[in-house]
Design a protein around this ligand. Structure first.
Ligand SMILES: Nc1nc2c(ncn2[C@@H]2O[C@H](COP(=O)(O)OP(=O)(O)O)[C@@H](O)[C@H]2O)c(=O)[nH]1
Ligand SMILES: [Mg+2]
Length: 196
């Protein structure tokens, strides 16, 4: 239910993080990949700010479902030309979040269906596997932008390869179509034993 989702806060430093045990699921990816749009579709609410121009805000934005779980909108990467390891060096809050936030349960990594895995995504995956033991789930976004059947077939083949290579859970989504988003939401809720 959309009224069960609430914006909690936007945080710029570690000490501002909510101080409780509520499980957190982060949504991360290149800037403009569709993180905020996906959060809005998933919550059925205009809860997260979306934008046409990629930019880089350094805050973490928290959205909460009842007192059960939170989604964290993470600052997009790839906008400026800094490398994955530099992202954590330059962004103390992200580094601290990964190092000492027991609330973190899973990492949803959003990837644009048109571009698939870019070098920066690959280095982020490597980095995450080094600094965190949490499960990474690939969420491919903007599926509707692949209109032509031939491209769609090619895209599916690439996705199958990615699936095989990384052995991770994969979701295909588009904010114009609810199927993928429903599956993603089910997965999220099921991990917390919620049946919606
Ligand atoms: N066609 C289409 N556009 C999308 C989709 N998801 C996001 N967008 C657009 O992509 C742009 C960036 O989205 P946003 O959610 O702000 O990306 P963020 O920077 O990752 O939070 C916006 O113009 C969105 O409307 C999608 O599934 N389909
Ligand atoms: Mg955003």
């Amino acid at each position: 239910m959309s009224e069960d989702w609430k914006f909690i806060k936007e945080v710029h430093s570690f000490k501002e993080l909510p101080s409780d045990q509520i499980p957190e699921f982060i949504f991360w990816g290149r800037s403009n990949v569709g993180k905020s749009s996906l959060i809005n579709s998933l919550t059925k609410k205009k809860i997260a700010k979306t934008s046409r121009t990629p930019g880089r805000t350094k805050s973490l934005v928290f959205f909460q479902y009842k007192n059960i779980l939170r989604i964290v909108d993470f600052p997009g990467y790839g906008f400026s030309k800094i490398s994955a390891s530099e992202i954590l060096k330059l962004d103390l809050l992200l580094d601290q979040y990964f190092q000492k936030r027991p609330n973190l349960k899973k990492i949803f990594l959003l990837i644009d269906s048109r571009h698939l895995l870019k070098p920066i995504d690959l280095s982020i995956i490597k980095l995450l596997e080094k600094i965190s033991e949490k499960e990474i789930i690939f969420v491919f976004t903007k599926k509707d932008k692949i209109k032509n059947l031939k491209l769609l077939k090619k895209n599916n083949e690439s996705l199958n390869l990615i699936k095989k290579e990384f052995n991770k859970n994969i979701f295909n989504t588009s904010i114009k179509e609810s199927n993928g988003i429903i599956l993603l939401k089910k997965f999220l809720f099921k991990s917390q034993n919620i049946h919606d």
